[in-house]
Design a protein around this ligand. Sequence first.
Ligand SMILES: [Zn+2]
Ligand SMILES: [Zn+2]
Length: 133
Amino acid sequence: MTQTASCLCGAIRYRTTHVLGPVTACHCTQCRKSSGNFAAATPAPWDSIEIEGEVTWYASSETGRRGFCGTCGSYLFWEEGDGIAYLMAGAFDGPTGLRMDAHIFYADRSDFFRATDGLPCFAAGRGGPQVTP
Ligand SMILES: [Zn+2]
Ligand SMILES: [Zn+2]
């Protein structure tokens, strides 16, 4: 199956042939600020992804960078140079058939947000200590 995606203005379109796993909600400060609340992302190897259009990159940390559309600002990718792209799932053309399975960096979330979906809420990374939403 091929999943297609685009930014809001359509200047960037991409497709991946990777079989996508669940979507993770990341509430870390960087995702919170760049997304408007939290990032909903799922990983895929870069070599499964074909992009049309020019992605603008922002080095958000010493190892990570965020890819977005320079025209409409849509946040599309996060990566750490290990060959894996984290795809911002809201850009996917639906229906996706995907499900969200966890909240991570929940300790850094916006104070106006509270998870009510019953999914595990990890204080930091997946697999670490869980907190009550
Ligand atoms: Zn755009
Ligand atoms: Zn994050």
